[in-house]
Design a protein around this ligand. Sequence first.
Ligand SMILES: *Cc1c(COP(=O)(O)O)cnc(C)c1O
Length: 427
Amino acid sequence: MNKQAIGTRCVQGGYRPGNGEPRQIPIIQSTTFKYATSEDMGKLFDLEASGYFYTRLQNPTSDAVAAKICELEGGTAAMLTSSGMAASFLAVFNLCSCGDHFISSSAIYGGTFNLFAVTLKRMGIEVTFVSPDATEEELQAAFRPETKLVFGETIANPALKVLDIEKFARVAHKNGVPLIIDNTFPTSVNCRPFEWGADIVVHATTKYMDGHGSAVGGAIVDSGKFDWTQYPEKFPGLCTPDESYHGITYTERFGIEGAYITKATAQLMRDLGVTPAPMNAFLLNLGLESLHVRMKRHCESALEVANYLENHEKIGWVTYPGLKSSPDYELAQKYLPDGTCGVVSFGIKGGRAAASEFMKKLNIIAIETHVADARSCCLHPATATHRQLSDEELVACGVGPDLVRLSVGLEDAADLIADIEQALAAI
Ligand SMILES: *Cc1c(COP(=O)(O)O)cnc(C)c1O
């Protein structure tokens, strides 16, 4: 199936019904599954047979959708989670315990930054943030004996920085640890990080994959390429018996293709229960069926809007990695040749007051904290998500007081530009 084009995988991947079975993925809205004997069920609990017993761990609807995302990324195993945050948390916590350390690009989603810097710290897991532009030497300097992984975002939300995935993968592998990539903004349609050396991919499916603002969700995909058994002392959770699962050693039983996701399901889903509702998995699949068509349109319109803004006298600056003037243009051409994403950020001359005035005048583009929706939306972080910060603090974290983040939707680009034009004319 992976030999088929990405668009075909978006439409048909994951679920292949047999004769007389439903054409669309059935919604198995059931918490539990029935068995004839306790012995049958025991085999499932011992992971000796595969099958379903309780939806907190696994559900057929969610698994079919996870299988599609697995095919999109070109991985060997995948799972869905209840949110993008849950996906990032499980992806890291599956490898790190109290006393461990990991390295992350500093250009990441604000929620993930907080998870890493504050919440994981309370669990005894330490992070070192590095610049996405760090040299190999600077990256190397961040490693410690207890470092377990490296993390970054293909296109950072909201900084729109493009990560040099190959460089980060090279340094991670030299130190015997995997690279985890949050591939939310480009989606698997525009970038497949495994092709550039990444080992694990996470998604906030809430964004473009769902694409209609319908269901919060996440996904984790394993490339199956990182050989944990080369570093058994570093990854004891995967390479030594799990006493909470009858002494199973995940790498022995499921191979390097299946160990990571099986452990995350059997151990972390069992204990933390961040599972998606089957109905939400179904809604996500409806989004995935048109992902390749929508991404193309999001990217084309965003480039048109970015070009328009760049040439407008009331606009101070525009950040969009698809623009030739972007410092990340070369990286974007390499990793994202078919398009980047639909999010553009820009600064309005006149700062905080002008930005806020501009947004009030918009008619089609709505004010929301969301991005990556079919409907265009925008946010002024200085008066919303980042309103506690002073202007100096805003500049320090890369979100100036004049910054407007615009998520270009699927409406006609000419209408969006006309909406922006009349709002700019009014300030
Ligand atoms: C939104 C987002 C998340 C978090 O996803 P939720 O589904 O909101 O929990 C993580 N990473 C990126 C890049 C995001 O944009």
